[in-house]
Design a protein around this ligand. Structure first.
Ligand code: AMP
Length: 452
C-alpha cells in the first residue's frame, strides 16, 4: 500500500523575499520559540517555555548528526503539541528536505512513513515500532530511524532491522524541558551479544549538553550506581510558564552559570570495553525515579518491574500500572508463564497480581503508551468452572448405563479438568474449583485478555 502525501514547493513563491535585506521579524536568542504543555503531577498541564537559542542548538546537533550535508525528508504524523514532532518538522526544513504530511492514524501513518518514496528518516517512539511489527510493511528504503520518548529494547531494534538490515537507528533521550533530545546513542547491534547487554543504552550528552547522575542529596554517584539524571547546557529550556516555584524546584543553577534540569529519570553510567581496548561509557535508562508507588505497604518502582517483565522471553512490550491497589502488567508478546519468571527475579510484592495480554499497547497522539486507555483487567468468571464441572457430572450420570460411551465421557471429564487446572494455575484438588472466588483466581495469577 502506498500513500501519496501532498508536496508544497515554496521555491517560486519565496523568490521575491530575497530582496529583503533583513529578516521580516528580528529574533533574539532568548525570545520564546515554542511553549509545549506536558502533564503535571498536580493534575493541570504545565507549559515548558523553549527559547530560540535552545531550539537552534538542538537543530544544529540534529543537522550535524542526521543530515551530513544532505537533505533530510521526514514524515509528519505525530501531534505538533509534543516535542518529538519538532524533529519531524524542523530537521527537513533546515536541511532543505521535504516534510511529508501523513494521516495521523498510527497504523496508516506508519505504513506510509516506511513506504513513501523519498522519505529518508523517520522519528518515532518505541510504541510505534511495536505497532509496526504487526503492520503489512516488509521492507523500507528509510535509511535512519530516530527513536525516542520511551525505553528502547532489542525487540524494537529487531523490528526495524527486519525492514532494512542496514538501517541506522539512533536512540534519542530527552524530556521536553531539555528540548527534544539531550542524550543520544547510535545503536550498536553487536553490543547486544558481545557485551551481553539486556537494554539499549540511551547514550551520551549531545553537543552542548552535559549529564550528571546524582543521588537524592544532589551528590554525584560513581559509575555503575543508579541515580537521578541531571542534564545541563544550551538545550535546557527557560522553565515552566508562570510557575516560578515549580521552575525553581526542577531547573537548578549550575556552578558554571548554566541551567540544569532534574529529569526525575533513573540512570547509571555503564562502561563497556571496545574491541580496540578503549573504554566506552554511556548512560543506561532505568525508568522514572519518581514513579514510586506503594503496593500493600511496599515501595514499588513501576519502571523496575517493567524492566524485568520486558526481559522475560517472548515479551515484546510491557507496561505496568496500579489498578485498585493491585499491580497489573500489560504485555504484548507470546509468553505463557510470566509470573513464574518474575517470581525468580523480583521480591513477592513486586510480582504483578494480574497479567493482561494485549495485541498492542494503546498509544497517544504523541506516540507514547496511553496509560489512560489501558483496559481494566477483565475478571474471567470463575462461575464457569463449577458450571462446566456440573455439566460434565450430569453428562456422566446420563450415560452411566451406557458402557461403551462411559470411557469417552471419562476422557472428556479428565480433559475438562486439566483445561481448568491449567487456566487457573492450579493442581486439581488445590482448594477445590468450586470454592474459588475472584480474589483467589487472581492471586494465583490469571492471564486475561479483554479481546478474547
Ligand atoms: P517528554 O517530555 O514527553 O519527552 O517525556 C520525557 C520522558 O520520556 C523522559 O523523562 C523519560 O522518562 C522518557 N524518555 C524520553 N526519551 C527516552 C528514551 N530514549 N529512553 C527512555 N525513556 C525516554
Amino acid at each position: 500500500m502506498l500513500f501519496r502525501s501532498p508536496t508544497i514547493t515554496l521555491g517560486d513563491k519565496l523568490r521575491g523575499l530575497r530582496e529583503f535585506k533583513r529578516p521580516l521579524v528580528e529574533r533574539k536568542p532568548d525570545d520564546w520559540a515554542v511553549i509545549l504543555f506536558t502533564s503535571g503531577s498536580e493534575g493541570t498541564p504545565k507549559g515548558v517555555v523553549v527559547e530560540h537559542a535552545q531550539l537552534a542548538q538542538y537543530l544544529a546537533w540534529a543537522e550535524a548528526t542526521f543530515a551530513g550535508g544532505e537533505a533530510v525528508s521526514m514524515p509528519l504524523f505525530t501531534s505538533l503539541a509534543v516535542d518529538l514532532t519538532i524533529t519531524s518538522v524542523w530537521l527537513p526544513l533546515v536541511t532543505g528536505g521535504v516534510v511529508h504530511v501523513l494521516p495521523t492514524e498510527p497504523d496508516r501513518a506508519l505504513i506510509a512513513a516506511f513506504s513513501t518514496p523519498g522519505i529518508t528518516t523517520v522519528k518515532l517512539t518505541p510504541s510505534h515500532v511495536s505497532m509496526l511489527a504487526s503492520l503489512p510493511v516488509s521492507h523500507t528504503a528509510v535509511g535512519c530511524a530516530i527513536v525516542g520518548g520511551e525505553a528502547l529494547t532489542w525487540a524494537h531494534i529487531d523490528v526495524l532491522r527486519r525492514l532494512a538490515p542496514t538501517m541506522r537507528i539512533v536512540n534519542e533521550y530527552g524530556p521536553t524541558e531539555a528540548t527534544v533530545g539531550c542524550v543520544a546513542d547510535e545503536v550498536d547491534v553487536r553490543a547486544r551479544h558481545e557485551h551481553d547487554e539486556p537494554d539499549v543504552r540511551i547514550g551520551r550528552p549531545i553537543d552542548g549538553a552535559s549529564a550528571w547522575v546524582i543521588d537524592a542529596r544532589g551528590v554525584l554517584v560513581p559509575l555503575g550506581v543508579w541515580g537521578e539524571l541531571l542534564v545541563a547546557g544550551a538545550g535546557v529550556a527557560r522553565g515552566y510558564l508562570n510557575q516560578p516555584a515549580l521552575t525553581a524546584a526542577r531547573f537548578v543553577p549550575m556552578a558554571d552559570g548554566r541551567r540544569g534540569y532534574r529529569t526525575g529519570d533513573r540512570v547509571r553510567w555503564q562502561r563497556r570495553r571496545t574491541a580496540s581496548g578503549m573504554d566506552d561509557v554511556a548512560l543506561e535508562y532505568g525508568g522514572r525515579a519518581d514513579d514510586q508507588i506503594k503496593v500493600r505497604g511496599h515501595r514499588v518502582e513501576l519502571g523496575e518491574i517493567e524492566h524485568h517483565v520486558r526481559a522475560v522471553p517472548g515479551v515484546r512490550q510491557a507496561c505496568v500500572r496500579v489498578r485498585d491497589g493491585r499491580l497489573v502488567a500489560y504485555v504484548v508478546g507470546t509468553c505463557t508463564d510470566l509470573r513464574t519468571h518474575l517470581r525468580a527475579v523480583l521480591p513477592p510484592a513486586l510480582v504483578p497480581d494480574h497479567v493482561v495480554m494485549l495485541d498492542a499497547l494503546p498509544v497517544t497522539v504523541g506516540g507514547k503508551v496511553d496509560v489512560a486507555a489501558l483496559p481494566e483487567p477483565v475478571h474471567a468468571t470463575p462461575a464457569l468452572a463449577p458450571v462446566a464441572a456440573i455439566a460434565v457430572i450430569a453428562a456422566l450420570t446420563l450415560v452411566s448405563l451406557n458402557a461403551p460411551l462411559r470411557y469417552v465421557f471419562l476422557m472428556t471429564e479428565v480433559l475438562v479438568a486439566v483445561l481448568f487446572a491449567t487456566s487457573l494455575n492450579l493442581l486439581m484438588g488445590y482448594g477445590g474449583m468450586l470454592s474459588l472466588g475472584h480474589a483467589a483466581y487472581y492471586a494465583l495469577g490469571a492471564y486475561t485478555d479483554r479481546k478474547s
